[in-house]
Ligand binder design. Sequence first.
Ligand code: HAM
Length: 417
Amino acid sequence: MEFTALKGFKDVLPTESARWQEIETIVRGLFSAYGYREIKTPVLEKTALFSRGIGQETDIVSKEMYSFKDVKGRGLTMRPEATASVVRAYIQHRLYQQYPIQKLYAVGPMFRHERPQKGRFRQFHQIDVELFGDPGPMSDAEMISLAVCLFETVGLTDVSLHINSLGCPDCRPNFKEQLKSYLADKTASLCADCQKRAQLNPLRVFDCKVETCKSIVQNAPTIPTFLCGNCEEHFGSLKAYLRALDIPFEENHRLVRGLDYYNRTTFEIQTEHLGAQNAVAGGGRYDGLVKTLGGPNHPAIGFAVGVERLVALLEASKPMEPRKPNLFIAALGDNVGPLTFQWMAALRKLGLWVELDYGGKGLKSQMKKANRLGAQNVLMVGDDEAAAEKAILRDMNTGEQTDVDFRDLVSTLKDIL
Ligand code: HAM
């Protein structure tokens, strides 16, 4: 085949798209109950927005971005995540002047040049949620409870919540130094990437999937012992709020996440059913990012769900029944065409899924077609029915047949279907 989709880019086929629509509908309803409003930002942004926002030394910026120069030589990047873009829009449009607390969500495609595997794509979709303007642990708890509630509402229960605190600019440098010196005499055993990370951004070593690196960080110092009093109190209150909401969680002191903008709370919703790609959602607090990107010193927190991963898990746990037509009209003979065509249009306006055979075939072939579509009912109208002004409605599940008067056929069917 000459043309196929690019590696890591996938088509969402009609068999799957109903699930996507269902998720979006549920999620939009949930967000509106929590007071979140949608923001749509462009797919393309200046490269510097992401390199400064996400961090030069992260895997995303150093090796995964789809970046290019446009005809005028400007460095542009297909967004690898939504947070930096939402922050850019928050600053650019001074959204903070409108409401002191801004609650925003965005849905759309992201692009990362990663090695494709189960649950990992080069174009994937995120449902992204961000809250600006509040530094307190109650916002962290609300954000996490929203993430948990989202999974409950879409019907995915076999997931677990992992939380951590990464400290703040007061206490994290101390931890980084300790970690650096712990890694210093183990450099030779680290993978090539981690040898660099150990120097430039030692927290990233916690993220590494290479076995030797994983075993080295097993005994590395962890953050809790380095948290300052304020961070400890913040994390303690968050946990108290989560307990108050009966939200079970695991404290995972190695959960550093792959983006540099986080401080204090980080969290992930994880699954055991997607191989190495165990995170279905991830997020955290990023109090310094708005200022770093040129805005006011406003705190923020957010998370993003990977839609492909969510869809795959839902499909595996409870496959969706394909939608079926409410009615198939089997029109027979030359005289009933315009009338049945009219009925179909009127019933569709009422929101019913109605199909009609366009080829004017015999009853047997039309019934076959109705069956293949899974139609729940078939309305049979031939010359005899036209003469008697009564159509025959057949319930395809029970086989039961009833006469339906032409006169008020649309309103009768509206009630029955
Ligand atoms: P992230 O952990 O990089 O965080 O991505 C969030 C979610 O997107 C992941 O948990 C995963 O479900 C999905 N995801 C990431 N990469 C891929 C991929 N290559 N293929 C399929 N799914 C993927 C962020 O992007 C942050 N912006 C989240 C955030 C919002 N933090 C604060 N606010």
